[in-house]
Design a protein around this ligand. Structure first.
Ligand SMILES: NC(=O)c1ccc[n+]([C@@H]2O[C@H](COP(=O)([O-])OP(=O)(O)OC[C@H]3O[C@@H](n4cnc5c(N)ncnc54)[C@H](O)[C@@H]3O)[C@@H](O)[C@H]2O)c1
Length: 318
């Protein structure tokens, strides 16, 4: 019998897979404080993980822990050195969430471009068309989008951008020209050149030492005044203070953020009062459909791991 800790509850569809499998027992752990995880996690052979952090302090007494199944694809909340040293396998929901994130990007690009926030408010207060000449709105048609990071989500986004007849540039040093062209994009070698030319910028890289602050004030300063930036990848890839400053100085047109350097976002963050930024609470994958797909894949990965039939694309290479 394998004992599984569900760290933070997940959609019932995944839980049902465990309930119906006689080889597994599970417990849902809602108290994700370090103190509680240190106390309870040593009882389990495997766990699922949403956004809470699994550090060395928590895992050092978990002698039975063989597998961590991430409900998602990012894993910057796991101490990778520790799990590598201790032979703990890390799994991700590699196929479940790309479409939901790509749709979220398109939604943010359209919402900002079409001035929805302002138009909606004007109608509600009786200013039907009164201030419409003061509201700038834009089209996606024939505009240039720069997709930074061309993995699962970047590849899902490009297909949606083609529907809007956008010109698509891709910056990803690890993906070759032929692959990008097969998807209908054009590979660029120099990020600064791409930033100068693009009308839309969408980030889809992991957060690493190399990508932290990848977009900072000096990069923003070289972008078009009409440029719109979307970050659904990880907070910190775009420097938040620099972004706020660039928006206030009209260096760029607008931004959409689903992810933040600190989550939940700091109540004192000046982004909260900046009207040029559209915010969502790391919710790009919160569609009903995606929540179900992710929970099923998270649990299926755990079951497949213990039954020795795990799909290699779900395993993070450490
Ligand atoms: N907002 C959300 O809810 C949400 C959901 C899923 C994923 N994400 C985040 O989205 C990001 C992308 O996810 P994915 O599934 O597409 O990942 P992926 O691993 O499939 O793709 C990442 C791509 O980034 C490229 N890359 C790495 N370093 C780079 C660099 N310095 N410059 C340019 N490209 C670089 C890699 O070559 C790879 O092609 C991750 O940060 C992930 O955590 C967020």
């Amino acid at each position: 019998m394998h004992k599984i800790a569900i760290i933070e509850n997940i959609h019932q569809d995944g839980i049902n897979l465990l309930k119906n499998n006689p080889n597994f027992e599970f417990e849902i752990i809602e108290d994700t404080s370090d103190e509680n995880l240190i106390k309870v996690l040593p009882n389990f052979d495997g766990c699922t993980l949403r956004v809470s952090k699994l550090n060395e302090k928590i895992m050092s007494n978990c002698k039975k822990l063989k597998v961590i199944s991430r409900h998602g694809v990012g894993y910057d909340n796991v101490d990778l050195d520790f799990i590598k040293k201790n032979n703990i396998t890390l799994l991700i929901t590699a196929t479940a969430n790309a479409v939901a994130v790509a749709e979220h990007v398109i939604y943010m690009m359209l919402f900002i471009s079409k001035g929805f926030n302002q138009y909606d408010q004007e109608v509600r207060i009786g200013n039907f068309k009164k201030n419409s000449s003061s509201i700038t709105t834009l089209e996606l048609f024939k505009k240039e989008i720069l997709i930074v990071g061309f993995g699962r989500i970047g590849q899902s986004l490009i297909q949606r951008c083609k529907g809007f007849e956008m010109n698509i540039k891709v910056y990803d040093p690890f993906v070759n020209k032929e692959t990008i062209e097969k998807f209908g994009g054009k590979k660029i070698e120099n990020l600064d050149e791409g930033l100068k030319m693009c009308d839309y910028l969408s980030m889809h890289v992991p957060l690493t030492k190399k990508t932290k602050n990848l977009i900072n004030y000096s990069k923003l300063k070289n972008m078009k005044k009409e440029a719109i930036i979307i970050n659904t990848a990880r907070g910190g890839i775009i420097n938040e203070v620099d972004l706020d400053k660039a928006l206030n100085e009209n260096i760029i047109f607008g931004a959409g953020l689903d992810v933040f350097e600190k989550e939940p976002i700091d109540k004192k963050s000046s982004l909260l009062s900046n009207k040029k930024v559209l915010l969502s609470p790391h919710s790009a994958t919160f569609t009903n459909e995606c929540k179900s797909r992710m929970s099923i894949e998270t649990i299926k990965n755990i079951i497949d791991f213990f039954e020795n039939k795990i799909d290699k694309s779900m395993i993070v290479k450490l």
